[in-house]
Design a protein around this ligand. Structure first.
Ligand SMILES: C[S@@+](CC[C@H](N)C(=O)[O-])C[C@H]1O[C@@H](n2cnc3c(N)ncnc32)[C@H](O)[C@@H]1O
Length: 360
């Protein structure tokens, strides 16, 4: 009678089952040694026992072989990072350190150069030559800093007779709401919103010309005034030239706007004081979006070190303390906000005397 000896072997008791072999596995199992002949039993056992295998080589529960180990991706005992990842990390570290070295060398060279420059306080004439490329030069950094939204949020507050000084190439133009309408203000109160008239001023004739061209393309039907003049010398009579008949006297601007302008003028405190004098005393507002010193000393050191070179090239002193300028001007602070490590400043101001005049 041909009896399979394996049938009678108590498997669990004598032959340990490896965890990855399921009960349904078809892989050959070790045979029970025969009690009749020790020698033949040993031979049989040798034939029956499968050769030692790595964990990866063992049959899967379904009886299929897994992929052979990959020499490149298999972690060697002792450290867990595959060689390919190590190479990548090494190359990355080398590239970063070379780039940092390059930046540091450029920075040191620029600082040394900046210290030897004799830059005048008034660098505003630089805009006459950079007007044509101004938009392209600032576009990327403004996008990266999200300045478009900050401009829009500020300009949306403009209402009544509006004066924008240091208007540059008209980067705020798309955000004006032209024409008055009734609506609700930021506090939910009924108010007259929108601009009744707009007047644009910049010291650089080249800059004003670009603003005018953009404005006429954007709002062909709306009359506006464009003047190449010093923001510190704007006259209230400029308002009358906007084509809007203004009966009341004296006439003030209801909103004065300036973005990124205090950095470029030789006497920003005097200019702010003058702007306060042409702003409607009771309800008029001066809206500023400026850039200058940071909250952090390390960043201010960098701004200070590079300021002469930056001013000489771009016509802007980027290390000014905008907070100090505003306080010195004597205007009243209605709202103050800062972003980008403190270097971007937004102010809503009003003339100091407005509270006294409003009471009388
Ligand atoms: C950095 S640009 C800013 C332009 C624009 N406001 C903007 O936000 O993109 C500074 C502008 O201020 C103008 N500017 C400098 N000094 C001025 C002054 N005293 N009066 C009027 N504009 C002045 C320059 O001609 C230049 O167009």
């Amino acid at each position: 009678m041909n009896v399979n000896p394996l049938r009678r072997v108590p498997l669990v008791a004598k032959w340990p089952v490896t965890p990855c072999r399921s009960a349904s596995s078809k892989a050959p199992r070790p045979q029970k040694p025969s009690s009749k002949s020790p020698k033949s039993a040993a031979i049989k056992r040798r034939q029956a026992i499968p050769p030692r295998q790595h964990h990866q080589d063992r049959p899967t529960p379904q009886g299929t072989q897994s992929e052979p180990p990959n020499a490149e991706t298999t972690a060697k005992p002792g450290h867990g990072i595959p060689p390919r990842a190590l190479t990548f990390l090494g190359i990355s570290a080398l590239t970063i350190s070379m780039y940092c070295g390059y930046l540091y060398a450029s920075y040191t060279r620029e600082v040394n150069k900046a210290q030897t420059l004799n830059v005048p306080r008034d660098v505003s004439d630089r805009y006459n030559t950079t007007a044509a490329t101004f938009d392209a030069d600032v576009e990327l950094s403004e996008k990266a800093m999200g300045l478009g939204k900050k401009r829009r949020d500020l300009i949306r507050q403009a209402r009544g007779h509006v004066l924008e000084v240091s208007c540059g190439t008209g980067r705020n133009l798309p955000f004006y709401e032209l024409g008055e309408r009734r609506g609700l203000d930021a506090d939910g109160h009924a108010a007259v919103l929108g601009c009744r008239s707009v007047t644009f001023v910049d010291l650089s004739p080249q800059m004003v010309a670009i603003t005018k061209e953009k404005f006429e393309e954007l709002y062909p039907a709306f009359p506006a005034v464009f003047r190449a003049c010093d923001a510190g010398k704007v006259e209230l009579s400029d308002l009358g030239r906007s084509g809007v008949k203004v009966q009341e006297a004296p006439v003030y601007f209801d909103t004065v706007v300036q973005t990124m302008g205090l950095c470029s003028m030789p006497d920003p405190v005097a200019t702010l004081r003058h702007l306060g004098s042409v702003t409607e005393p009771a309800s008029g507002r001066i809206l500023l979006l400026e850039h200058g010193r940071s909250y952090y000393d390390w960043l201010n050191r960098i701004l200070d070190n590079l300021a002469p070179a930056h001013a000489d090239r771009h016509g802007c002193w980027w290390n000014r303390d905008i907070g100090d300028i505003v306080r010195e001007s004597g205007l009243e602070i209605v709202e103050e906000k800062r972003w980008h490590l403190g270097t971007t400043w937004r102010y809503v101001l009003r003339p100091k005397q407005s509270t006294e005049k409003a009471r009388s």
